[in-house]
Ligand binder design. Structure first.
Ligand SMILES: NC(=O)c1ccc[n+]([C@@H]2O[C@H](COP(=O)([O-])OP(=O)(O)OC[C@H]3O[C@@H](n4cnc5c(N)ncnc54)[C@H](OP(=O)(O)O)[C@@H]3O)[C@@H](O)[C@H]2O)c1
Length: 230
């Protein structure tokens, strides 16, 4: 892995991913909205920034050219197929064989085997309904984006984040295939470590065609699991 693209580089997750990628010595191309370019000023001279909407196919085509890996932040913002348009552009334009890593939340299910708590289902439904009402959030489009990724024959991984918090790194999160598995019970991950998992996934072949649901490695449920296994 030498050159990678980060789609959605200016966001909180994106900026952490840029730092992890630079720490690994990767050449980084970042895509973000024109108005957000200044959020990447701390990386000036160390990364190439391509301004534009992430669902603009020409922008993505240019950004992913020659990249061995693409990290894509799938956001549910807007009601103009922003998420699915972004995913489709990456799927269509990344070079064959490139590692493609996408971010989303636990609410995405790949095989319908995830088990959600009653309260989290209520929150997701209310968030989706309210979001559509004010035309700011379209969770269904993020679902559609992931459906397209799951159906593609590219070398994809969809990383499903738990609830997030800020703070110093605790290390690489642990993961499981299904929400509801005991190891995930704590439902919290440091955002910096979510980003670490995304970047590490680029070079982890075991994660190809997986949709890992992640949780912080120092959380009670992750630690309890470690105790059981040792
Ligand atoms: N927040 C959570 O609790 C949570 C939990 C689980 C999983 N996740 C997942 O983690 C990833 C990152 O989420 P985050 O909450 O941490 O946010 P984030 O990293 O700050 O990313 C937000 C992204 O959305 C873009 N954005 C914001 N408003 C937009 C708009 N109106 N139109 C287009 N793009 C817009 C931002 O671009 P600009 O910089 O240009 O504004 C930025 O790239 C997502 O895939 C999310 O599904 C989040």
């Amino acid at each position: 892995m030498s050159k990678i693209c980060i789609v959605g580089a200016s966001g909180k997750l994106g900026q952490y991913m840029v730092q992890h990628a630079l720490d690994r010595g990767f050449e980084v191309v970042g895509v973000c909205r024109e108005r957000s370019v200044s959020k990447l000023d701390t990386f000036k001279g160390r990364i190439t920034v391509i301004p534009g909407a992430t669902n603009d196919r020409e922008v993505i085509k240019k950004a992913v050219a020659g990249c061995d890996g693409v990290l894509t932040v799938l956001v549910p913002w807007g009601v103009h197929q922003y998420s699915s348009g972004t995913a489709q552009a990456v799927l269509d334009h990344a070079r064959p064989g490139a590692r493609l890593i996408f971010s989303c939340g636990w609410h995405i299910t790949r095989d319908g085997q995830d088990v959600y708590s009653r309260s989290s289902e209520v929150v997701v439904k209310a968030f989706g309904w309210l979001g559509r009402l004010v035309r700011a959030v379209d969770l269904d489009d993020q679902v559609e984006a992931c459906r397209r990724v799951f159906a593609s024959d590219t070398r994809w991984t969809v990383v499903r984040g738990s609830d997030l918090e800020e703070g110093e790194s605790q290390g690489l999160p642990v993961w499981s295939r299904h929400v509801g598995d005991p190891i995930l019970e704590s439902n919290i991950t440091r955002r910096i470590d979510f980003a670490l998992f995304m970047v590490e996934a680029l070079e982890n072949g075991e994660l190809i065609h997986e949709a890992p649901a992640i949780v912080g490695c120092q959380t009670p449920s992750a630690l309890a699991f470690k105790m059981v296994r040792t």
